[in-house]
Design a protein around this ligand. Sequence first.
Ligand code: SAM
Length: 281
Amino acid sequence: MQRMKSFEKEQPSLYLVATPIGNLEELTPRAIEVLKNVDVIAAEDTRNTVKLLSHFDIKTHLISHHEYNEQQSAQGILDLLNDGKCVALVSDAGYPCISDPGAWLVKQVSEAGYPVIPISGPNACLTALVASGIDPQPFIFYGFLDAKESMRTKQLYDLVTYPFTMVFYESPHRITKTLSSMLEVLGDRKICLARELTKLHEEFIRGNISEVIEISDTLKGEMVIVVEGYKEKEKPVTMNMLESKVNEYIASGMSAKDAIKSVAKEFNVSKNEVYKHFHNA
Ligand code: SAM
């Protein structure tokens, strides 16, 4: 067990500073203060962070902390802390560590006994969720689904009977493919597609997946998809779902018998029903 007070004494610390997801006015006064006062700012992309810093006249020394150099640069940041320096970590937008680099660093720094201090602020997931009109609680944040269709479908099958609201990140060039996978696997659920949050063209598109797909090719900008959870009465489990799941388990090394048994239990249907369908398919 480790107990770590953030503000008990002055000591080298790692600050995780949330930055705007669009509207620069959302950089908090506290965040500005921290970014001005730390010795070094580690940024996901220094070219983007330079723009933010110059807008707020922040002149702190910048270093890079990108996904591809995360382990190496974590060691560099630990060396700075060992030298008595304070470091702030920022990503291009929102919170570090949330679909952005930082988690590895946080683990290393906390294990080394230094405080990790979050400076709260904007985040695309929560901003979309609270305005979505879909049950905000309980929810899970999934982040990005896989870019490969087969993997994405598999990931969605794992969520098919998940009863909580789900929040996904997606890029505009993959949105139609992702919504099609969702329609195929999850059925025609209610969603809210929130795009360009906090920016001039902010928009919330609320409807069933099949409705949103009709216009998704025309949508630009950054987007979050909020999807309602599985509702037992509204969307019965289909035989295709069961069959895909059985096949997935067999592909992962299970015997057909065990796969059928597991799927029947998972989807709360009778083993015989799965067995009959699987062997007649
Ligand atoms: N760290 C960020 C956070 O805390 O939200 C997320 C970074 S992730 C690399 C980028 C994704 O977040 C985008 O592809 C999009 O799905 C979502 N996103 C970021 N800014 C957004 C915005 N202004 N409007 C809608 N979605 C946004």
